[in-house]
Every structure is written in structure tokens, then in C-alpha cells.
Design a protein around this ligand. Structure first.
Ligand SMILES: Cc1cc2nc3c(=O)[nH]c(=O)nc-3n(C[C@H](O)[C@H](O)[C@H](O)COP(=O)(O)OP(=O)(O)OC[C@H]3O[C@@H](n4cnc5c(N)ncnc54)[C@H](O)[C@@H]3O)c2cc1C
Length: 445
């Protein structure tokens, strides 16, 4: 009994974690509340249900970070990748699957495994002893969320994400943008230059507001509520409240001097803030949005300096329960205040089916090592799995932490390669070659 691993939540992360640990000989109990307790998004009582799209996104393991994550999970004999491959649908370069066949197959494989027991029912309190992985996802039940909140503090658990778009630093045109904090605030040179600023003339601002108002927006999912809006209004809603609202809010031009044109006062300024310790990613401050992805790229590329911006991720606002992993978790994915509990999946602040499953895979491997008296070395940050876990457990800015997809901006740069769009193909190939070698070595070790 001592060595039983309990997993709360049989979604993407919990299912993969259960498989990895069961295959290693560990006794597993999956505690899944569905179908007894439902969420607004899940439709079945199956494990690993895909709640919305039926795509695991790009399967290109040479040029795409999520494709690389597929590759890494396949190398680690991941159940979800095996089942996704078995139930693949034609979708060009993407890995789309027959969602019912996929989740039925995952459920059958896990239920048939001699080391796995599925216990139906909601867990409402943080467990006090034993070995646990919490993988309850973006729709973690209210009672458990409150219990997590009581342990971690109110500011450490969010119920919604409010994601501003994130841009690759090397795609920003520095002949137009400049580094400066408002009023040059800060004790160090780094703090005084913490923001990147993109200036707008009056005409550019007017055109930007028109584009925002006209853009296609997504609706909230049924069961979601817009009641959380205070403090994180989508920019298009701010624009609807008045054409000047943004210019007096996140786009105010005060306390900034454009070194490229010191005599011209910008009418508005878009600010970007560093998003990771590596400095490879910047988020657009206050630009959470419900605009559709195509509209976002179009509208944001009208911002001077961002005409050629590459987006590591686009903005969004969703119902999403997630913890402040950079402050709460150690590099073994354990809750620092209760090391018998690991977190995995979307609740750790990764975003997406694949990323969640990958964090389940990793949490299980770390737990297996601990149960068998070993400590695994940290996963190299040069791998897709390692880049993600390094980001959520330390690389990300804790104060502004928001869920993250895997992307090459999370990877330590490969030295000596050309930056920008032109060098992209070679750069991505170098990242994925390095990742494959390092992941293979880590799995073997
Ligand atoms: C409406 C919506 C749409 C989405 N669309 C997409 C998309 O199109 N593509 C994409 O990649 N990602 C999408 N996501 C994100 C998606 O949910 C995650 O990528 C993925 O499912 C997260 O995996 P997970 O294992 O962390 O959580 P889940 O897959 O949600 O699994 C968590 C499990 O925990 C169970 N659970 C919760 N609380 C308890 C409890 N207290 N006790 C016991 N069991 C519990 C739940 O029933 C669930 O089965 C969407 C999310 C939402 C909410």
C-alpha cells in the first residue's frame, strides 16, 4: 500500500501518468469524478476525453515544438501517442484523431492493466499522506480547488486565464521599438529597460481601434461566465467602451521617450514585457483578448515594430484552474509545502492536450524514481518536455504567470545560428536535433 501511487483526474495528464507508472510496476489508483460529477465541457465518463478540438496539432518533429513533444512521448512509450497514432484521421501535417475511438481505447487499456484500479468519485480535499499526483485539469472541481487554495494562498490559484499574446523577441523590429520602463522606474539598468515600447501616431491608433472593433471574436463556452472581467477586460471590450479607453489604459503614452524620434510624442504606446528568464519571449501588456486567432495576427501586426512579429502564442481568456507553479512547485514537480503531492497537466500552467499529457508522463517518471529510491536528474531544458517543465517551475515570471504552450522560445538558444525569420528553418532543426539526442540520453540514464 505504501508504494501505491494515487492519481486524481483521469484526463490527458492523469491517464498518461497512470500508464507510465503502471508499466513500471507501480500500483495505481486513478480517482476520477466523472461521470458521477460532471464538468461543463466533458461529455462522457471516459478517461482522456478530448473536450474540444480533436487535434494534437502539428506532427512535424523537425520544425515544430509540439511535434517534437509527440516524438519525445513516443520514445518514452507514451500510451496517448500510441492510441492517437492508432486512431489517426487524415489532417495534413497535423495529428487529428477519432476522439471517441481514442478515449475508448485509452480507457480500455488502462482498465485492463493489472496494476491499475479506477475509483469513481470526486476527491474534495488535498491528501495528507501517501504518494499523489493531482491532474484535475482546467475544470478542477470547486471543492478540491478550494482545498488547494487554502494550502497555497488565494493568489496562487487562478480560475481563469487571461492570456496576452506572446511574441518572439527576435521578430520585433528594433528600428521602431525601444527598451524603456515608464518614467525610467527601477533601481537597476535592467529594471529601467524592462519594457519594449512600440509607438503609434494618431492615425495608426485610430486604424487600430477600428480593426479591433471590426475583428471576429470567439464566444464564451457554455457554462463559462464573464463575471471575472474586472481587472482583465479584453482589449476589444475596452475599445467598445470608448475610443480613448485604451489610450488611457494599457496603451497610455506617458513617461516614455522614443529614442528613434525624440521630438515626436507618440499618440499611444503598446508595451511588451519580458515573459521568460531567457529573454526570448515578450508578452503584450494588458492585451488579453477574445479575438479569433486569424484576427489577432492581422490586428497585432498593424502595431509599428510588430509588422513581422512571430507569435509564440496568441491571446485568450478561458475558464482555467491553474496554480502558480513557479512559486509552488520544485523541479521534481512536487508541491514544496507537501512534497508527497505532485501536480501534472494543465493545472500546472501548461496549455493543451499534448503539453498536459507530457507533464503527466514526466510527473509519473519522477514519482516512480522516488518510489524506487532514486532521484532522476532534471530533464534537460533543451528537450521539449524539459523546456516546458523548466518554464513552469522557474523560468516563467511568477508575478505574471499564465498558461503556456510548448514553443521554441522556451528553449535555450543554439549558439552561432542566424536569428530572425531567415534562419528559422536551420534554427528549429538544430533545436530538434539537440532535443532528440538529449531526450534519448535522459531516458536511457
Ligand atoms: C472548454 C475547453 C476547451 C478546450 N479545448 C482544447 C482544445 O481544443 N485543444 C487543446 O489542446 N486543449 C483544449 N483545452 C484544454 C484541455 O482541457 C487540456 O489541454 C487537457 O484536457 C488538459 O489535460 P488535463 O489532464 O490536465 O485535464 P483534463 O483532461 O481536463 O482531465 C482532468 C480530469 O480530472 C477530473 N477531475 C477534476 N476534478 C476532480 C476531482 N476533484 N476529483 C476527481 N476527478 C476530478 C476531470 O473530470 C477530468 O477527467 C480546452 C479546455 C477547456 C476547458
Amino acid at each position: 500500500m505504501e508504494n501505491t501511487l494515487h492519481i486524481i483526474g483521469g484526463g490527458m495528464a492523469g491517464s498518461e501518468a497512470a500508464w507510465q507508472a503502471a508499466q513500471a510496476g507501480v500500483q495505481i489508483v486513478i480517482h476520477e469524478m466523472r461521470p458521477t460529477v460532471e464538468t461543463f465541457a466533458h461529455q462522457t465518463g471516459n478517461l482522456a476525453e478530448m473536450v474540444c478540438s480533436n487535434s494534437f496539432r502539428s506532427d512535424d518533429d523537425e520544425q515544430n515544438a509540439v511535434g517534437l513533444l509527440h516524438w519525445e512521448m513516443r520514445q518514452a512509450n507514451g500510451l496517448l501517442m500510441e492510441m492517437a497514432d492508432a486512431h489517426q484521421l487524415p489532417a495534413g501535417g497535423a495529428l487529428a484523431v477519432d476522439r471517441d475511438a481514442f478515449s475508448n481505447a485509452v480507457t480500455e487499456r488502462l482498465r485492463a492493466h493489472p496494476n491499475v484500479r479506477v475509483e469513481e468519485g470526486e476527491i474534495t480535499d488535498l491528501p495528507t499522506d501517501g504518494h499523489w499526483i493531482i491532474a484535475t485539469g482546467p475544470l478542477t472541481s470547486g471543492a478540491l480547488a478550494q482545498s488547494i487554495r487554502a494550502e497555497t494562498g488565494a493568489d496562487s490559484l487562478a480560475f481563469f486565464d487571461a492570456i496576452a499574446p506572446i511574441v518572439y523577441t527576435d521578430s520585433i523590429d528594433m528600428s521602431q521599438a525601444w527598451f524603456q520602463s515608464r518614467y525610467d522606474k527601477g533601481d537597476t539598468e535592467e529594471e529601467r529597460k524592462a519594457y519594449l515600447n512600440c509607438p503609434m501616431t494618431r492615425d495608426q491608433y485610430d486604424a487600430f481601434i477600428d480593426a479591433l472593433l471590426a475583428a471576429d471574436k470567439t464566444e464564451f463556452h457554455e457554462g463559462e461566465t464573464a463575471g471575472y472581467f474586472d481587472g482583465c477586460l479584453p482589449i476589444e471590450v475596452m475599445a467598445e467602451r470608448g475610443r480613448e479607453t485604451l489610450r488611457h489604459g494599457p496603451m497610455k503614452p506617458v513617461g516614455l521617450t522614443n529614442p528613434h524620434q525624440p521630438d515626436v510624442k507618440p499618440w499611444a504606446v503598446v508595451q511588451l514585457r519580458r515573459d521568460n528568464a531567457l529573454g526570448t519571449l515578450f508578452n503584450i501588456v494588458g492585451f488579453q483578448t477574445k479575438m479569433k486567432y486569424g484576427a489577432q495576427t492581422e490586428v497585432f501586426r498593424t502595431i509599428p515594430g510588430l509588422e513581422n512579429a512571430s507569435f509564440a502564442r496568441l491571446g485568450g481568456i478561458h475558464r482555467n484552474t491553474f496554480i502558480n507553479s513557479p512559486t509552488l512547485l520544485d523541479d521534481q514537480m512536487r508541491l514544496k509545502s507537501r512534497p508527497n503531492i505532485r501536480f501534472a497537466g494543465q493545472i500546472t500552467g501548461v496549455e493543451g492536450y499534448v503539453e498536459s499529457a507530457a507533464m503527466g508522463l514526466l510527473a509519473a517518471r519522477l514519482a516512480i524514481a522516488e518510489l524506487t529510491g532514486k532521484t532522476l536528474p532534471p530533464v534537460p531544458a533543451t528537450t521539449a518536455t524539459g523546456a516546458l517543465v523548466t518554464h513552469i517551475t522557474g523560468g516563467a515570471e511568477a508575478k505574471t504567470f499564465q498558461p503556456m504552450n510548448v514553443n521554441f522560445g522556451l528553449f535555450p538558444p543554439v549558439e552561432g545560428l542566424k536569428g530572425g525569420r531567415r534562419g528559422r528553418k536551420d534554427r528549429y532543426k538544430a533545436y530538434t536535433d539537440r532535443a532528440k539526442a538529449d531526450w534519448t540520453a535522459w531516458l536511457a540514464g
